[in-house]
Structure formats: C-alpha cells, structure tokens
Design a protein around this ligand. Structure first.
Ligand SMILES: [Zn+2]
Ligand SMILES: [Zn+2]
Length: 375
C-alpha cells in the first residue's frame, strides 16, 4: 500500500504517544540520576499503575465490553475515573471497538486491531491513522451501555476527566511529598506509558505468542508470562472462546488479579451475577482442540484412515463419559439443595457420581495417551 492511499494521520495521538514515550525513556532516568527518586515514587507508581490497568481490565473489558458481571455504581465510578486516567478513550468507545474485535476477530477489514495486519498495527498503529473514521461515533453495538449513567457521564466528560486525573493526581502527590516534577514524571508519564503498552500487548502479543489449548479458529493465545504484565488478561485464547466468563485464568494457579478483584468485590456486595462457563463446555473445547491437532498429524501418516477411526472412537467415548459425569454431578448438587429428596435416593446418586468420576478419570488418561502419540 502506498502512503497516499493510507488514511490521514491522527496527530493528537501521535504527539501523546511519542512525547510520553520519549519522556519515559530519556527524561525519567535522567531526572532520577540527577535528583533521585524515593520509595514514595515507587509505591505511588505501583498504586496508580494498578488503578489504571485494573480499571481497564475489570471495568472497560470484563464489565462493560463483555457484561461478565454486574457492579455497584460506586465501583463503576471508580473504574470510569481509572479508565480516564489510563487515557484509553471513553468506556463506551473502548467497548464498542472491543465488541467489534471479538465479533470479527482477525478480519482485516472489520476487526479494528486485527492481529493479521501485523504486530505494529495491532499494538499501536491502528490508533495513529483514521482507519475507522466513518464508524468512529457509531455506538449502535453498545445500546446497553448507553443506559448506564456512569458510562454516559464518563463519555461526556472524558476529556476534562482525563486531564484532571493525569495532571491532578501527580501534582497533588507532588505537593504532598514536595516533588512535583518527580511525581509528574513517575506517576504521570512513566505510569501512563507502561500502562498503555501493557494493555496494548493484549491486542498484539496475546494474538501472536503463546499456546492455543481451546481453539485455533482465531489468533488469540494463552500466555502466563503476559498474564503477569496484564493483570490476568494473558489467557487470551480462553477469553476469545468464552468471552462471557468473568475469569480469564480459570485455574486457581493461573495469575489473574482481575478475577480476584471481581470475586473479592462480590463478598463486599460491590459485584454480583459473576458469570462462569460450565465446566463441561471448557473440557469439551479442550478435547476437541487436541483431537484436531492429532488429526492434522495423522493426515501425514500412511495408515491415516485407520488411525483416525480409532482416535474418533476414543474421542466419542470421552464425550459420552463427560456428559454422564457432569449430568449426574448436576443432579447431585440439585438434590442437595432440595429438602424434599429422600436420603436413600441421594446416596444412590452419590454412588453413581463416584463411579462416573472414576470412569471419566480413566477415560481422560486414555485420551491423553492417544493424543500424546501425535503431539
Ligand atoms: Zn475481550
Ligand atoms: Zn483479542
């Protein structure tokens, strides 16, 4: 594509990204060497960085874009302020872009930050030119959010809120600690640049680097390293297949502070109706993915049709066992809730459940051995 045919540059964005980046890599270290930073700079940097990123991940992303839970207005106000501080446009605009990203993921004409257009484009390039000028103010995919007073208030006052937080917070801290320039550089600029790029990595790196345990229908990847820098959003392969789940890292050992925040807030009554994907759906997706990988390998082997038949048989058995197990588990949990149930009946159910659990574990082991042959 020649330069002439590219849409016009958005100079405001270019100036903000470039000046903040240069300040962060040149002036921030120089100032530190010349005048020194204290522990208070580090602590407030971490607080402000977490405030910004969690407002984006828990607020803009999992609450507003995907409606994975409901939040009290006070928490929504906090996220709205943190989102403006993160300088990533209003929650309404961000969510609108993000819903298109999910709906048309990897479609170079529709996905606003399609990873198929390369690292630079999906990371930051998409914000440097007017690629979406004709749909810029079209929020028809966010009619639900237009009913949220906090979202609309933030959208209306986004610019004053962004200026007030980005200058006001560091200046206030600077006044308290007697170092306005130091706080402006660390809590203002360095925090903004790192917050920007750690979020942008979810659109760029999380679509390039990592594994695809659940689906390979799109470029999204699971990556535990990225999860550390993105407050849990590194489990992006899972997120793209089960976007209505309030968790991205579903296992207890996966680092997902956004999930922990949402869950903790539910104990305080600040969040409710947390949505999770049924376990059977997750396990089925994973089994299907491992079957697809094995089939691709089998197709290169001489006795492909025979091997495929035996693999499919094993796969079907696994699915049957899974369905039986999760069915009985559900029945058992329901029977525990209802007091009408006979003791005898519920103990029978429990026995059946334990039997099916054993069978499923054995079947899972067989399956793992089967697919390992073609790994
Ligand atoms: Zn998403
Ligand atoms: Zn994505």
């Amino acid at each position: 594509m020649s330069t002439e045919s590219k849409p016009p540059l958005i100079w405001l964005n270019i100036i903000i990204f470039l000046s903040s980046f240069i300040t962060a890599v040149v002036i921030v270290p120089w100032f530190g060497l010349e005048y020194g930073y204290g522990l208070e700079h580090l602590i407030w940097f971490l607080v402000a960085f977490s405030f910004c990123n969690l407002s984006i991940t828990a607020g803009y992303h999992r609450l507003w874009s995907h409606k994975t839970y409901e939040a009290h207005w006070s928490l929504r106000v906090i996220f709205a302020i943190g989102g403006a501080f993160a300088l990533q446009n209003s929650a309404l605009h961000w969510s609108s872009d993000h819903r298109i990203h999910h709906k048309h993921v990897d479609n170079n004409d529709k996905d606003p930050y399609s990873a198929k257009r390369g690292f630079w484009f999906s990371h930051i390039g998409w914000m440097l030119r007017e690629y979406n000028a004709n749909t810029y103010s079209d929020y028809s995919n966010c009619r639900d959010l237009q009913k949220d007073n906090v979202v609309m208030w933030q959208h209306k006052y986004y610019v004053p809120l962004a200026i007030a937080t980005n200058f006001g917070i560091p200046i206030l801290l600077g006044a308290i600690y007697g170092d306005i320039w130091g706080m402006l550089l660390v809590v203002g600029v360095l925090r903004l640049v790192l917050s920007h790029h750690s979020t942008f990595f979810i659109n760029s790196l999380a679509h390039i680097w990592g594994s695809q345990p659940y689906t390979d229908k799109n470029t999204a990847r699971d990556n535990g390293v990225l999860a550390v820098f993105t407050f849990g959003e590194g489990y992006h392969n899972y997120h793209h297949i089960f976007e209505n789940d309030y968790r991205n890292g579903i296992h207890w050992w996966q680092y997902d502070p956004t999930k922990w925040l949402i869950k903790s807030c539910s104990w305080l009554g600040l969040t409710r109706k947390l949505r999770v994907t049924p376990k059977i759906k997750i396990e089925k997706a994973k089994a299907k993915m491992s079957r697809d990988v094995a089939v691709r390998k089998i197709d290169t082997l001489p006795n492909a049709s025979q091997l495929k038949e035996s693999l499919n048989k094993e796969f079907e058995q696994l699915i049957v066992k899974m369905s039986d197990y999760y069915d009985v588990k559900k029945q058992m949990l329901e029977s525990r809730k209802s007091s009408l149930n006979e003791k005898y009946e519920s103990s029978l159910l429990k026995l059946r459940y334990q039997q099916l659990k054993k069978e499923l574990i054995a079947q899972r082991r067989n399956w793992a051995m089967q697919v390992a042959r073609y790994a």
